[in-house]
Design a protein. Structure first.
Lengths: 393, 375
């Protein structure tokens, strides 16, 4: 066992921090804010990361990466997520869309789609959920009907993060065979979002105007060459992709940044002539947050250790994800508790505190126990595959 | 970074698990509770043959030279099989002797403790509402040859079978001192407590027990730091033991959820049941990885003492926070069956409560975390 990063990894982290300190503008908060400057900035930053070889650090060399270790990748994820994910939507390319194409894509697809990702030039969104297919994703109805060298796609997707970024590409799930078991008749597509017949409509959320969108497909014509993997085999790819994704976000790192700011605030703020940091209730809440962050972090490291040993941490990743999503919510909750009623004030209010970070943390973390497989879905996976319990009634 | 156990550690865990499965069914755990010393002497002899009492002690004093992490791995297996042995508590009582004992004290005890020929116990708690870390009120009056101890220690774990007691006492130095006292010294009397804890606890009374300067472990008046460090090791071992308890309770709950049928189907098809099992797993896994980190950081203590102290506080605070909920869920899944003495769950849930209340509670450890944060 070894609970430390190597000196090289720590040096790399320091280099990344210097880079981010230099590059992040003072107005930058997180990728989700309603700020027209945000999305163009993430594109610019990704290109700079690509220039340094840091964007696809962990990808194999043959696909434009640097054969970096999973631990170097973990360092990148921690520093990026702690800084509000300035790579914007592109973290998805790096974490799982790219790796899916490497694993299941044709040589032509790899040659066409991976280099723009490695260059930081392309934004992907994910077209999985539908109005009638949430946790029961396999019941999705969007149809892709084969017509010679093409598929004609009709249907609606929803909760698509970054679709209005605008996204250049979409990783789409659609039904290619309605006559078989629902999991079997699904295919995965790599869709050009400029295809005629595709319309994006943003859905305002509690966290802002463009957290997510709906995508409509009206007779959109998709070439067969844009299908990823075999026809009707999309569900297998989903399982693979989501396993990469569960530990793909270093949520504990953001929660830890919030904690650092709260500790500094508690030390610097006097209430009734004594520092807030001496209030036993505040101490206990911040310490509880610290404990939960550590648990989430170490469980992520545990899952990554299994990955590093060449195995798939399926159950461990689900367990880590539950801890990580809950601790992101706890950070927002504790943050607002510590600030009290002034936590309600936005950053542009003259009496707002900590640049509005706590209300943003609270708002942005509301959906994290729902998105990409709700906590209950994770628990079903753990119950059946990890504990051997029977399928739910 | 690598959070996986190495081959030696995995083998150690597996061999311990196999030994308990083969020779220590839960009927043996029940029998052990009925014995005056509170554990199986045969199993302790076997543990000594396997070198477990000295596994984390240096080779020069008869140990195997492994670290706390290896003993932590063993501790989880002990918990999983509801094994009570003075293995962890005796190790914790050996550490002060190893670190700071006088040559005569080291010569008298280290070899025997490392070989399992004798066990030691920390005697810290006193009547009067304090904790294991409170300044001792146990009085020592100066004599021609040293001091005379008078007073009582409570809740001494495996105290009735310990050959040497590490006792905190006020030698008149304005701070507690740690003293090694042979359990058979004139004036020492030991009385087992009546307790619902399956682990044997004893009250130890000192009726004018004579101790000399060589018996003082470390500097006079400086017991607090030594005790704190020994308790850091012990609390991490106890947390690993509790990981085993939680995992065993989970196995029972899952088994029950699969085999117990109501309305014509296993109760485990209900998410209200299955998700309680999952919640146990989700928390036990976190307890384990935090305990491993704390043990590893204590093994690398000198490289970063602050990180070690922080890791210990994090592991203990988390585990003591979640353990009541883990066992509440395990009982809930079992219905009335889990409340019976016949069913095995009680072997684990009584031990878990014992764990939760020993070595500092959740609030105390949480406050240590707050301190480590710079609050």
């Amino acid at each position: 066992m070894d609970f430390d990063f190597t000196a090289d990894e720590e040096a790399f982290r320091a280099e990344l921090r210097v880079f981010l300190d230099d590059e992040l503008p003072t107005w930058w908060k997180t990728v989700f804010v309603d700020d027209e400057r945000a999305m163009p900035f993430t594109r610019e930053l990704c290109r700079k990361l690509a220039d340094r070889g840091w964007l696809t650090l962990s990808w194999p060399r043959e696909h434009g990466g640097a054969d970096g270790s999973v631990w170097q990748q973990a360092v990148v994820r921690e520093e990026m997520w702690a800084a509000g994910e300035p790579r914007g939507p592109q973290y998805m390319n790096l974490n799982y869309i790219g790796p899916l194409i490497m694993r299941f894509g044709t040589p032509e697809q790899q040659a066409r789609l991976l280099p723009p990702m490695a260059a930081g030039d392309v934004i992907w969104c994910q077209g999985f959920s539908e109005p009638e297919a949430g946790s029961d994703l396999a019941s999705l109805k969007t149809r892709a009907v084969r017509d010679g060298d093409h598929y004609i796609v009709n249907g609606q997707k929803i909760w698509n993060s970054y679709a209005d970024a605008p996204a250049d590409q979409c990783l789409l799930l659609a039904r290619t065979n309605p006559d078989v078991k629902k999991q079997v008749g699904i295919s995965m597509f790599l869709v050009d979002m400029r295809t005629p017949g595709i319309t994006v409509r943003p859905i305002p959320s509690m966290a802002g105007k463009s957290e997510f969108s709906e995508i409509f497909f009206d007779d959109a014509v998709i070439p067969v060459t844009d299908r990823l993997g075999d026809e009707d085999n999309g569900w297998t790819l989903v399982g693979e992709g989501l396993a990469f994704e569960r530990i793909g976000i270093a949520r504990y790192a953001r929660a830890n940044r919030v904690l650092e700011h709260l500790v500094a605030y508690a030390r610097d703020t006097e209430v009734g002539g004594r520092p807030l940091a001496e209030d036993p209730a505040v101490r206990a809440r911040l310490a509880t947050l610290a404990v939960r962050i550590e648990a989430a972090k170490l469980l992520n490291y545990g899952a990554i250790s299994i990955q590093a040993a060449g195995e798939v941490p399926a159950i461990e990743a689900s367990i880590a994800r539950i801890h990580n999503t809950q601790v992101e919510q706890l950070a927002g909750q504790v943050g607002l508790e510590v600030l009290g009623a002034r936590g309600l004030l936005l950053e542009d209010d003259p009496f707002g505190l900590l640049g509005g970070e706590m209300q943003r943390q609270w708002l942005e973390s509301i959906p994290v126990t729902v998105a990409a497989g709700s906590t209950e879905v994770q628990k079903n996976i753990i119950a059946q595959r990890g504990l051997g319990l029977p399928r739910s009634a | 970074m690598d959070l996986t156990l190495d081959d030696d550690q995995r083998l150690l865990a597996e061999s311990a698990r196999q030994l308990f499965e083969r020779t220590y069914p839960t009927t043996a755990a029940r029998e052990a509770e009925e014995r005056p010393e509170g554990f199986s002497a045969e199993l302790w002899a076997r543990a000594a043959e396997l070198g477990w009492p000295g596994i984390a002690l240096p080779e020069e004093c008869g140990g195997a030279g492994y670290g706390l992490l290896e003993l932590t791995v063993l501790a989880e297996e002990l918990g999983r099989a509801a094994v009570s042995l003075p293995l962890l508590t005796s190790y914790a009582a050996t550490l002060p002797v190893l670190w700071s004992g006088s040559t005569p004290t080291r010569d008298a005890w280290l070899g025997r403790l490392a070989g399992g020929d004798a066990s030691g116990a920390l005697a810290l708690l006193e009547p009067g509402g304090g904790s294991e870390r409170s300044a001792p009120a146990l009085r020592a009056t100066a004599s021609d040859t040293g001091w005379t101890l008078s007073g009582t220690k409570l809740g001494v774990r495996f105290g009735a079978s310990a050959a040497v007691l590490l006792v905190t006492a006020d030698l008149g130095d304005g701070g507690g001192s740690l003293v090694a006292v042979a359990a058979d010294a004139p004036g020492v009397s030991v009385a087992p407590h009546r307790t619902f804890s399956p682990e044997p606890l004893a009250a130890v009374t000192f009726h004018g027990v004579a101790v000399g300067p060589d018996a003082v472990v470390g500097e006079r008046g400086a017991a607090a730091a030594i005790v704190d460090r020994a308790l850091a090791h012990l609390t991490v071992l106890d947390t690993a033991y509790a990981v085993g308890l939680g995992d065993a309770a989970l196995a029972l709950a899952v088994d029950h959820a699969i085999n117990r049928e109501q309305f014509g189907r296993p109760i485990g098809v209900n998410q209200a049941v299955s998700h309680q099992c999952v919640d146990i797993r989700v928390e036990v896994d976190a307890m384990r990885v935090l305990a491993h980190q704390a043990a590893w950081r204590l093994d690398h203590h000198d490289a970063d003492p602050a990180a070690a102290a922080r890791a210990v506080a994090l592991a203990n605070a988390y585990a003591r926070d979640v353990i009541p909920g883990i066992f509440a869920r395990a009982h809930q899944v079992h219905g009335a069956m889990g409340f019976t003495m016949e069913y095995d769950l009680q072997l684990f849930s009584r031990r878990a409560k014992s764990y939760e209340l020993t070595g500092g509670g959740a609030a105390w450890h949480l406050e240590q975390v707050a301190g480590a944060l710079g609050l």
